[in-house]
Ligand binder design. Sequence first.
Ligand code: IFM
Length: 451
Amino acid sequence: MAQFADGFAWGVATAAYQIEGAATGDGRGPCVWDMFCRKPGAVYHGHNGDIACDHYRLWREDVALMRELGVRAYRFSVSWPRVLPEGVGTVNEAGLEFYDRLVDALLEAGIQPWVTLFHWDFPLSLYHRGGWLNPDSASWFADYAEIVARRLGDRVRHWMTLNEPQCFISLGLQSGHHAPGDRLRFDEVLLASHHTLVASGKATQVLRAHSPGCRVGVVPAIGPGIPKDPQSAADREAAARRTFDAAPDSLWGMGWWIDPIVFGRYPDQALETFGEKAPKATDEQMRAISEPIDFIGLNVYTGWEVSADEEGRAAASPEPQGAPKTMMDWIVDDRCLYWGPRQFWERYGKPIAITENGLAGMDWVALDGKVHDPQRIDYTRRHLRQLAQAAQEGVQVLGYLHWSFLDNFEWAFGYNRRFGLVYVDYATQRRVPKDSFHWYAETIRCNGSNL
Ligand code: IFM
């Protein structure tokens, strides 16, 4: 039977740009996604986050639904340009006030706020000053972190600095599929990644100073390597290499992102792979980057089966014909929620929180007025069973925050993918809890014994 520790943080997750709307409301400044969504062809059908789930207006109703769900934790992100419309300088009091009231309402409902400082809505005016390529970006972010921490730090116990830097750097600055839509040279991409790491470290220092007793984490997006034969040490090693090692001109290897934070240096394997393109880190920058963290938040949706070839390299298994997939075209392989946490625990020894995991579907309201999503239930159930296995074998797992609470704006896919436990009718903003909502409520209530 699946078992989770007492105090396990059963929760749900969202992000500001994906749900809040009110893009120009109450003094919020523009972010790179506001600009990107207006670029012809960039986002499915030209969708944007102007209104999204109108959560900025409907947040009380949403907190009431979370209370009904019985979650103990809610991961949301603060919108940087809502707090600082220009990214730096004058604070928008109305923006800060919004998060202040949200935190109070959550605590009142018995829900712990897990706050992400940055989930991709980079202030447009700072992008015009060079964005993450500008060495000052680390200080801009730390100053913003201080404003938020001074305001919420007395009540927030769990903070995350950056959400999935490998996505907003690789997709935003290298391939151009996400905002701001740039296609930079790889040495520039690496420099920007380096600045985000400095930013995260400086923000961690600030959070510690202004949020006494808090836990701070970073949140990579991982698609872990899965050993084809779990009994084979060679396959297990190959799978871990698939997870952590760098490939040429790619920032999807996790060692680049987490080794410098935990070990104080970029991994030799990545430095050799990137050669001259790698940034020249100063000692001061490395000291900031390696500010200790308390946990690693893993966003995990899928994984990649590999086996060791004759030289011990990771050889990818071919995709089975007709493999089960979600609407994101991601293979459903629940082993990712066992091997991902285990590999990170073994390499870094830091507690793990699953900060995102979930399924994109094409849900709709049935004739009976309900939303039936058996695949989301099955997906979540099988992944939680794997997580429970990892926890039983000694991986320290703090919680599981399902992505997502509400259907929302799925970036370049617009509203054409639904991840929520709660269906959103965007025309009316009516919320309809899906079957998975009721199943998850029961799972939380019995601490996973129904898994
Ligand atoms: O919606 C995103 C989220 O913003 C970041 N992690 C992956 C999710 C699903 O694509």
